[in-house]
Design a binder for this molecule. Structure first.
Ligand SMILES: *Cc1c(COP(=O)(O)O)cnc(C)c1O
Length: 366
């Protein structure tokens, strides 16, 4: 019997696995598996979201005007060069769709964001994995994998799932080492969690370079993951190419309004950043204080901590034990991180409760 055959490169894709929201037995517990904002969403953003209920019969503004203008004003950018998407995931896919195809190569780091591989395979390109340097991005390893077939390099900074950060100098060196026809995609999903004095120089590069695309999202510090709003910045030519393949109405009215309000609520953002920095440092110290149990936190500048289990307690046992105690974390054996758990920084109660549960698991493992 004849049946439609998916393209072979589509069948090579391992589907994206989202963080879980419920336990095996369906209990609703602390979800520390998807790097969402534990403090919720700006009250003003919620109010703006609700206002959209009055115009549900209308298509949203296809050109995302209010979002582009708010972003351009905030970061001093050209609004015409702001691309937007149904989450920044869409923009990551647009980059692959416009700049890579069958036979081309797309580079990303081992322990990188899983969407890069899916985006590359989706268009028939060959994913190329550059080795890490103790879980962090290794600029030389990436440059060492560039050849005449390379079309895109994807880097998240800070990186997910490691939380590691690549300095401004290293990003500049990476960009300087890339041929001009290779698109450097700098995924800034967690950049709002950096200390405001820190900046990897990505946006400055995207302003002037002809081969840099920076992506940002409203899903993380802004607490708008449900609304799927992301944006990016690049040269006019790159943005023009991305627009050709973007879905016509890729941001809802509610999402656009909520994003603009969230952007303007700088108090909520600063509070979220300070909360995260405080409890991330506290949690890393707690793990270090568990002595020779073999738990090792990877240095993180994001809103999560990757904890490596190198002693008697395995990451899998900790994952299950924490779930029994009411905390869902992210165990990533599919990303060759079967020995680690990525744990989102939650509320104070979450962090104290999870730490206590982890101490018990370590003690029980002897
Ligand atoms: C969460 C995340 C995103 C954002 O995805 P959205 O589609 O904007 O929700 C992008 N990149 C990385 C590395 C992430 O962790």
């Amino acid at each position: 019997m004849l049946a439609p055959a998916p393209k072979p490169w589509i069948m090579e894709i391992a589907p994206y696995v989202p963080g879980r929201a419920t336990t095996d037995d369906g209990r609703k517990v602390a979800k520390l598996s998807s790097n969402e904002n534990p403090l919720g969403t700006s009250a003003e953003a919620k109010e703006a979201f609700r206002s959209a209920a009055d115009s549900l019969e209308r298509y949203p503004d296809a050109s995302g005007t209010i979002v582009r203008e708010a972003i351009a004003e905030m970061y001093d950018l050209d609004p015409a060069r702001v691309i937007y998407g149904n989450g920044s995931d869409e923009i990551l896919h647009l980059a692959a769709g416009a700049f890579a195809g069958p036979g081309d190569e797309v580079i990303f780091v081992r322990y990188g964001f899983s969407v890069y591989e899916i985006a590359a395979r989706r268009v028939g390109a060959v994913p190329v994995v550059a080795p890490d340097k103790d879980y962090a991005t290794d600029t030389d390893a990436i440059l060492g994998h560039v050849n005449e077939r390379t079309r895109i390099v994807y880097i998240a900074n800070p990186n997910n799932p490691t939380g590691t950060y690549t300095s401004r100098e290293e990003i500049a060196r990476l960009h300087a080492g890339l041929p001009g026809n290779v698109l450097l995609v700098l995924d800034h999903a967690y950049s709002e969690y950096l200390d405001p004095s820190e900046d990897d120089g990505g946006l400055a590069l995207a302003r002037t370079a002809q081969n840099v695309l920076v992506t940002r999202t409203f899903s993380k510090i802004y607490g708008l993951a449900a609304e799927r709003i992301g944006w990016g910045y690049a040269s006019a030519d790159i943005v023009e190419a991305l627009h050709r393949i973007r879905l016509p109405f890729n941001m809802t009215i509610a999402g656009q309004r909520a994003a603009v309000a969230a952007l303007h609520d700088s108090g909520f953002v600063a509070h979220s950043r300070a909360h995260n920095a405080r409890w991330r440092a506290w949690f890393a110290e707690q793990i270090a204080s568990m002595g020779n149990a073999g738990l090792r936190p990877v240095p993180s500048k994001a809103n999560f901590l990757l904890v490596l289990f190198e002693g008697r307690l395995t990451a899998e046992a900790a994952y299950k034990g924490l779930m029994d105690a009411g905390y869902i974390t992210r165990w990533l054996p599919g990303q060759k991180l079967g020995h680690g758990l990525r744990i989102t920084i939650g509320t104070e109660d979450d962090m104290r409760g999870l730490t206590e549960a982890l101490r018990r698991l370590v003690a029980d493992a002897g």
